[in-house]
Design a protein around this ligand. Structure first.
Ligand code: NAI
Length: 740
């Protein structure tokens, strides 16, 4: 079966997201709703969405629109019809009746329902129709969430399901997991239970909202929204509906009922319009008094709001064992929550899936957890777990494991896919090496470096690992959300606070040296970015010999925003790229001015399509929809470059003073228009000095090292100023830029 044409019915949050993503994959798609105006609005929403649902906004009109009365004929041509209308069985049944009257024989029909079983959805269908019917449960936002649950039952044609899975994996880039028709499928069943246990235990143990979120967050490898933050994000009222649906669907004996009981405070929040971020606030709220905004958190006992407190649990790492063995309330809470999640998830095997492995993957792809419950169990250690855990009678999985005490019970990872993923190969590494900031996985014919810090921020150790791993072809790749958000500013500021600028200089020099080493090492270096690839992260990527980029990247040089300039080769490489253009050959000012504009504004691209015109990526760089495939593509690059030759060093003929005059005019204009303030002028002037080539003329040839020196000098001058330090401190504490 070839899927060449898709119709999506229902153009709300999910329907529009699915249509946009099909458009990303260049699949012809028509979006239908009750009225064409509704689909038209959906298309406008897609166009304006942030983060953007489209990889290439100019393709918006490839999404055709219409209504279900006048345009239903499009269904006749479709190979796959996705229903994403409101969660009402009567509406869905009416739509299916219409679809099955029109669809061509064999076309797949699927529902995006989050809670109605296939059995109920398909109750009016004939046996032949049932064969072609399934649930395709996408997650919001569709472009960015990796998980797609494909739900089947005993009537579904498994061949069709497998073909659909392959299409969704290869063409749409989804982690497509096939699962049984049980309430909440895999992701939500375990994910919502986990949220409920994290919440109810916090109430029981009298933890504050901030404390619970600090623990049920990064230290557990869970996104930093934690539990209460996530509740606010999803909508407290929506969560209440989700719980009601679970209560209705699940057998009375299911442990879920224990954690889904109504909580008076939650009920009151919903009743008073505190439904989360979309409402007046939720567990957190922003209190505006005059010009100041104060983040407040609710007291779970009294219901009063107080200024939110930052909780320092004295660890910035994902460290489960460390966490559960703490001898304090935090340790107790962590253990209680984790052990209950493990117990619940394992009690669902084989009922909801035969592969426990798939539950982990659903948590990873659908909830952005670093590890699923079974990997958490593996990390804690089987023996340690059973030494600590209380009653688990009736839980077959745990009873068996307790008998075997097999520490290696886990086996292969990512069983749902045949792609050779990073997750799979990691376990087969010949040797493991590395340090606190990066791991080196050594194989016979290549190495992998995986950064391991928060947001993969780079420090001295990250550079050390890269340098050490160039004894073979090297692939820089990771499994976390971000490739790298850039140089670790906290680390840099620790030196600045102590006036230890020598150490900063040493670090930047080492950063430059390492990037040069990557670029000119004997063996090819491949970067395989996904997510944030900013600042120093971009500099690592741009000085790799090859790039295999996921289509979901946010890439750019954003240093000026924190009062710095790129000093790890970012200015140099961007100049190099723009100097190659025809325009630059005619006009010596062209390249420096172009790069001044790009770096000066800290421009970012949210996809490879946006990155190419800025020259952050090149046409020859590989762009890949399925993140899982980054490793295979990178390995293919290695095998195709057996006779790799190190590139020639770049040479720069830059105009110096004459282009600085032009740049100064731009700076003056921006200052007069108050786009930039005093320090903005300082930063822009330092950038102008680097990009003009400093004290040079067009006939003088500069080397890469000359450019590195200019970058370093400018960086050091700026980091030593109070105003740059103010900018960094502000961004670190608020996540926002400071214009000073
Ligand atoms: P929504 O309320 O945003 O959109 C529903 C759309 O269906 C509206 O545009 C409405 O005009 C249209 N519609 C209603 N009756 C129709 C009909 N007879 N013919 C054509 N269009 C009709 O809903 P949302 O959030 O997009 O949900 C759609 C489905 O996806 C539901 O089954 C929901 O359970 C499921 N889902 C929702 C998720 C979410 O995060 N919102 C996540 C995963 C699944």
């Amino acid at each position: 079966m070839n899927i060449k044409n898709v119709v999506v019915i229902g153009s709300g949050t999910m329907g529009s997201g699915i249509a946009a993503h099909l458009c990303n994959a260049n699949i012809p798609v028509t979006l239908l709703d009750l009225k064409t105006e509704i689909s038209e609005k959906a298309r406008e929403r897609i166009h304006k969405s942030r983060p953007p649902l489209l990889i290439d906004k100019s393709k918006i009109n490839n999404i055709k629109i219409g209504n279900i009365s006048d345009n239903f004929d499009v269904v006749k041509e479709a190979d796959w019809i996705v229903e994403a209308v409101v969660e009402r069985i009567d509406v869905k049944h009416q739509i299916y009746e219409k679809i099955f009257k029109s669809r061509k024989a064999g076309a797949i029909v699927s529902s995006n329902t989050s809670s109605i079983p296939i059995k109920v959805l398909s109750q009016n269908l004939t046996d032949t129709e049932k064969k072609d019917f399934c649930i395709t449960h996408f997650f919001n936002p569709v472009r960015y969430m990796g998980l797609l649950e494909i739900v089947k039952n005993e009537n579904t044609d498994l061949n069709k399901i497998n073909q659909l899975k392959e299409f969704c994996e290869i063409e749409l880039g989804k982690g497509a997991i096939v699962c049984n028709d049980t309430p909440g499928f895999l992701g939500n069943r375990v994910g919502v239970y986990a949220m409920q246990i994290a919440m109810t235990e916090a109430f029981k143990m009298k933890l504050s909202v901030e404390e619970a979120d600090a623990i049920f967050g990064r230290p557990m490898g869970i996104p930093k929204t934690g539990v209460f933050g996530l509740y606010d994000l999803i909508g407290i009222d929506l969560m209440a509906d989700v719980l009601k649906s679970f209560i209705k669907e699940l057998p009375k004996t299911d442990e879920f009922h224990e954690v889904a009981k109504e909580i008076p405070l939650v009920k009151k929040l919903i009743e008073t319009g505190y439904t989360g971020r979309k409402g007046k606030g939720g567990f957190y709220r922003i209190n505006k008094s005059g010009a100041t905004k104060v983040m407040e958190a609710i007291n779970l006992e009294t219901g009063d709001y107080l200024p939110s407190k930052k909780i320092d649990i004295k660890s910035d790492k994902v460290d489960l064992s460390g966490l559960i063995n703490r001898k304090d309330r935090y340790g107790e809470y962590a253990w209680s929550v984790i052990s209950k999640i493990i117990k619940y998830a394992s009690s669902l095997v084989p009922g909801i899936t035969n592969q426990f492995n798939d539950i982990d993957e659903a948590m990873r792809l659908g909830f952005n957890w670093a590890k699923g419950p079974f990997e958490m169990l593996e990390e804690i250690g089987v023996k340690n777990f059973f030494n600590k855990v209380d009653d688990f009678s009736g839980n077959n999985f745990l009873e068996e494991l307790n008998k075997s005490k097999n520490e290696n019970f886990y086996g292969e990872r990512q069983k749902y896919t045949n792609i050779e993923t990073l997750g799979k190969v990691k376990k087969t590494a010949v040797r493991l090496d590395g340090n606190d900031s990066a791991k080196i996985f050594r194989f016979n014919d290549y190495n992998i470096v995986e950064f391991t810090t928060k947001a993969n921020a780079l420090d001295y150790d990250s550079m050390d690992a890269l340098k050490k791993a160039t004894d073979k072809p090297l692939i820089i790749i990771n499994e976390s959300m971000q490739f790298s958000a850039g140089v670790n500013l906290t680390y840099t500021m620790q030196f600045a606070e102590k006036n230890d600028f020598k150490s900063i200089e040493k670090f930047i020099k080492y950063f430059q040296e390492t990037c040069k080493h990557l670029k000119y090492s004997k063996h090819p270096v491949i970067s395989a970015p996904s997510g944030l690839t900013l600042g120093g992260g971009f500099e690592v990527m741009v000085q790799s010999n090859f790039v295999a980029s996921h289509t979901n990247i946010v890439v750019g040089l954003v240093e000026t925003i924190v009062g710095l300039i790129p000093a790890g080769g970012g200015c140099k490489e961007m100049l190099g790229r723009w100097l190659e253009t025809e325009e630059a050959k005619k006009d010596p000012n062209f390249a420096p001015l172009k790069v001044f504009d790009i770096i000066g504004y800290g421009k970012t691209a949210t996809s490879p399509v946006e990155a190419e015109p800025l020259k952050y990526l090149r046409p020859s760089d590989k762009k890949i929809m399925n993140r899982n495939s980054l490793l295979e593509v990178s390995k293919k690059i290695i095998s195709e470059n057996k006779d790799f030759k190190t590139p020639k060093e770049l040479k720069f003929n830059l105009p110096g003073e004459s282009v600085r005059i032009e740049m100064n005019k731009i700076i003056e204009k921006l200052y007069n228009e108050k786009v930039i303030l005093d320090h903005g002028v300082n930063v822009a002037k330092e950038l102008a000095n680097v990009l003009s080539g400093g004290d040079t003329t067009i006939n003088k040839t500069l080397s890469e090292d000359d450019l590195f020196k200019l970058e370093l000098n400018a960086f050091m001058k700026l980091i030593e100023t109070n105003k740059t330090q103010d900018r960094i401190r502000h961004t670190l504490s608020t996540g926002k830029p400071l214009n000073n």
